[in-house]
Design a protein around this ligand. Structure first.
Ligand code: FDA
Length: 489
């Protein structure tokens, strides 16, 4: 069966300096067999127009890039908006799906969840994220310890190269196919569709969220979580969200840790596991909710779990639009309770509107996949990932500076407690603070390596070789695209 998403609201509005082109690009193959698209396909208009008029091109999938790189540039440019390429075709019998690159992960979840209760796909939490950028940078969700990343399960793709030729996996070759599964968007070409394998899940999974304030020993429990979270059975993922709340007794601000979990099994087997390996959390049977995998997607996305599945197709985020800045870190050794207390002190600063840190455990399947399997390198040896976030609504320079300074100071504070030489980061949590190409998107390879190895470790060199082979003049570029060896200006 196949379906096309109904017309939906647009991703974020574009700056006036740009124009937006809705492409007519090759459509999905009619069957699950590889496409027959080939070099004889006429060059898609967007690529040839861009060459002819020397107009810079930015590709937009779901428009969720943290630094807005899919729709902001410092030079005149146009947006190749893939929003109308949003069909998803699920083949339950073959356990595969073809997903056009303008679709959201919510559309993919919807198509899976309306056709089967025993297949799933391990992508992100927020349904409005686009598969175009998400899969290009790795893409993870709450089943990462069981299955790894979204990009680990891509088995074919359609890509338009710099000459406008359309490729599938066989015609693009294994080096380029390797690079597009995690090497970052808008670097090697325009992906128009992905083919993925779907993964088996039980009819019912279990979710819970248990919160502890500082007064309820949040710090000690996080400390214990650091020792065990990456060692649990692969079916269990418990992340911790640190933020601020008010005490019930006297309404003063305090730190809160929310232990937010997906277990790919039933409550009756989860409860003894938690009581044995993580009794400090004090989880009880009434905390555990059993539901189908697709309803767990609603739960983590913040929807009531009895919502119609159609809500997953919406491109309008559930949360209100706010300013925000994010960063990421990888942790290889547990940090001390004293270090955690320093995080709380920063979270409790009253002049910071809405600070948040998310600790996501690795281990399990993530430790088994070799570092060089795809460009995403953060595998064995990683205990957990930190996402640092700060949101604010107050407009104006002063408020912006205050919040951005806050997150930069926090990042500086955490330096001794996280990965070093290089200090690693997740490319899908785009952060131009870790380094960038110049405004025109060009830079020397030496400069690019500064941020390149933070995102890709040893895989960076191979990405440069692939880029040099497929796009030596650096046509596809942005502030953090991997540059070719020689074409810098
Ligand atoms: P967008 O369209 O902005 O593209 C991102 C980059 O990829 C840009 O450089 C763009 O040019 C390029 N690109 C997009 N489509 C392309 C295509 N077809 N071909 C070539 N290049 C293309 N991540 C995660 O791993 N797990 C999670 O749970 C979440 N959750 C989350 C929630 C929210 C609210 C946000 C804003 C972001 C996340 N993310 C995330 C991060 C997310 O994975 C990351 O921002 C992705 O790059 C977004 O992909 P989009 O297609 O939406 O972005």
């Amino acid at each position: 069966t196949s379906s096309t998403a109904s017309p939906l609201p647009q991703p974020p509005t574009s700056p006036k300096s740009s124009s937006t082109l809705r492409p007519t690009l090759p459509t999905l193959p009619s069957s699950n067999s590889p496409s027959t698209t080939s070099a004889s396909t006429p060059p898609p208009a967007a690529i040839s127009c861009s060459h002819k008029h020397r107009l810079h091109l930015r590709v937009r999938g779901g428009g969720h890039d943290y630094e807005g790189l899919s729709y902001v540039a410092s030079r005149p440019f146009f947006i190749l908006d893939l929003i109308n390429l949003s069909s998803v075709k699920v083949d339950v019998a073959a356990r595969t799906a073809w997903i056009q690159a303008g679709a959201t992960i919510g559309e993919l979840y919807y198509q899976i969840g309306t056709q089967t209760t025993t297949l799933a796909f391990p992508a992100g939490v927020c349904p409005t994220v686009g598969v175009g950028g998400h899969f290009s940078g790795g893409g993870y969700g709450l089943s990462l310890r069981k299955f790894g990343l979204a990009a680990d399960h891509i088995v074919d793709a359609h890509l338009v190269d710099v000459k406008g030729k359309v490729h599938n996996r066989a015609s693009m070759g294994e080096d380029l196919f390797w690079a597009i599964r995690g090497g970052g968007g808008n670097t090697f070409g325009v992906v128009t569709a992905w083919k993925v394998n779907l993964l088996p899940v039980p009819e019912n999974v279990t979710v819970f969220t248990v919160t502890k304030t500082i007064q309820q020993n949040a710090t000690g429990i996080i400390n214990r979580w650091q020792q065990v979270a990456d060692r649990f059975p692969d079916d269990l993922f418990i992340r911790v969200i640190l933020d601020r709340t008010e005490t019930t007794t006297n309404s003063t601000a305090t730190g809160r840790a929310s232990f937010n979990s997906l277990y790919l099994g039933q409550a009756q087997s989860l409860l003894p596991l938690l009581q044995r390996d993580f009794p400090e959390l004090g989880v009880e049977r009434e905390d555990l909710i059993e539901l189908t995998w697709i309803r767990s997607i609603l739960y983590f996305a913040g929807y009531p779990t009895d919502s119609p599945l159609e809500v997953l197709r919406s491109r309008v985020p559930l949360t209100r639009k706010r300013n925000f800045k994010a960063k990421s870190d990888y942790v290889t050794e547990p940090m001390s309770e004293r270090a955690l207390e320093g995080i709380w002190r920063r979270i409790l600063r009253p002049d910071i509107e809405d600070p948040e840190l998310i600790f996501s455990p690795y281990g399990g399947r993530m430790s088994e996949i070799p570092e060089s399997s795809i460009p995403f390198p953060h595998r064995a040896g990683t205990r957990y990932k930190i996402q640092h976030l700060v949101y604010w609504e107050r407009e104006g320079r002063e408020a912006t500076d205050r919040h951005v300074d806050w997150i930069r100071e926090l990042y500086g504070y955490l330096a001794p407690h996280v990965s070093k030489n290089p200090r690693l980061a997740y490319v899908n949590y785009r952060d131009l603070d870790v380094g960038s190409n110049n405004g025109a998107g060009f830079t020397s390879n030496e400069e690019a390596r500064v941020w390149g190895v933070k995102y890709f470790k040893g895989n960076y060199e191979r990405l440069v070789r692939v880029k040099t082979a497929v796009d030596p003049r650096n046509f596809f570029r942005n502030e953090q695209s991997v540059p070719p060896l020689t074409a810098w200006k």
